[in-house]
Write a protein that binds this ligand. Structure first.
Ligand code: ADP
Ligand code: PAZ
Length: 339
């Protein structure tokens, strides 16, 4: 993503300009050739370390490394402050924008779902702590999904999950309790009691389980788990809001729905998951912001929104598929806790 011509910070010659880019290179490898000479690229994620020599050797590009968590937080703070209708809730197929009061944004929990999952308590600009994480993340969905379904691409796996029915694979409370709820402890018959639990049945051969049902169960299992851990961490630190980002989400309705349902379920309806329209670009955006060394004051936000107006931030090319469906008029006040 070429973000324009900028002066190198600290460069003694004010006339010397260099093309600057920013990249988030994580565990998920999506590298393309960049035909740019004499370029310094701000880069974050593990790939900024892993591929530094390769970039230099093959492309003559210097990767200027920025810390991944710093960048995620800077990117999220920027989006939440500068981009109109950046965050939204998603429940029962219905999206609603969240009105963000800039003076009441912090603290919040940022859950970044990439290959793995990081959970970061954010208390201000550059003020944060990575409080938790889980190794069951986007890489798990794609990796395990590939092993189980032989899908050739992430998108194929995701598409497959659309067509599936997880009830064929998952053991529900009703399967255990003879079709009834376990109401004494608040479990409805349709709650998943054990992900993949039905696949132990000896009445079926392994080949009788369909890839689309497997894909759906897997997506539910992983999204559920992330939603649950995220809510427990919000509870642990008394955080009012949970924002979910990372390229795993990709504006995919079923993924968001499952995460939202998990947060809703575990919080007994008191918490709401919130999603970001530019969820996959937090790190790259944060790396770009670091040209100003993490200073995210209002003048910088103003400068950037002037330079890259909304049309370029929410243009079709980088928008999630959701954007076309968002209702611009709807907007709600939202926090994790009802009171
Ligand atoms: N086209 C895609 N190819 C591969 N993975 C994808 C794709 N779209 C979404 N994903 C998901 O995004 C995850 C990587 O997310 P990302 O935020 O880029 O993390 P990382 O920084 O680890 O690369 C993958 O593990 C996968 O679940
Ligand atoms: C190591 C990582 C920060 C790398 O980020 P990613 O490339 O997955 O976006 C992330 O994969 C992670 O937080 N994994 C979970 C580790 C854990 O807390 O168990």
């Amino acid at each position: 993503m070429d973000l324009g011509e900028f002066q190198i910070p600290g460069n003694s010659d004010p006339n010397q300009k260099t093309s600057h880019l920013s990249l988030d290179i994580g565990g998920c490898q999506r590298l393309g050739a960049l035909p740019i000479e004499k370029t310094i690229i701000k880069a974050t994620g593990g790939g900024a370390y892993k591929y530094a020599d390769l970039f230099k050797e093959k492309l003559g590009i210097c990767l200027d490394k920025e810390d991944e968590m710093d960048c995620l937080v800077a990117g999220a703070n920027f989006l939440l402050k500068a981009v109109h209708q950046e965050a939204f809730t998603y429940l029962d197929g219905k999206k609603e924008f969240v009105q963000i009061d800039h003076n009441d944004l912090y603290p919040y929990l940022l859950v970044n779902i990439g290959s793995g999952v990081s959970m970061i308590k954010v208390e201000g600009d550059g003020k944060f702590e990575r409080v938790s994480g889980t190794n069951v993340g986007g890489g798990t969905f794609w990796g395990l999904g590939r092993l189980l379904t032989k899908c050739k691409s992430f998108d194929e796996l995701l598409e497959l999950s659309h067509q599936g029915n997880n009830r064929v694979i998952d053991m529900l409370v009703g399967d255990i309790y003879g079709g009834t709820d376990y109401s004494k402890v608040g479990l409805s018959s349709t709650t998943i009691a054990s992900s993949f639990g039905k696949a132990i049945s000896d009445k079926k051969e392994l080949q009788d389980y369909q890839p689309e049902d497997i894909a759906r169960s897997l997506l539910r299992m992983i999204s559920n788990n992330i939603g649950q851990i995220a809510y427990l961490n919000a509870l642990r630190f008394g955080l009012k809001r949970i924002f979910f980002g990372g390229f795993f989400i990709r504006g995919h309705a079923y993924t968001m729905d499952t995460i939202a349902v998990a947060v809703d379920f575990w919080s007994k309806g008191e918490a709401k998951a919130m999603f970001l329209r530019h969820e996959g670009f937090l790190g790259a955006l944060g790396a770009f912001m670091s040209y100003e060394k993490h200073g995210l004051d209002d003048s910088m936000i103003h400068h950037l929104t002037q330079k890259f107006p909304m049309s370029s931030l929410v243009g079709d090319k980088i928008c999630s598929p959701l954007n076309g469906e968002l209702n611009d008029n709807e907007s709600i006040e939202c926090s994790v806790y009802a009171s």
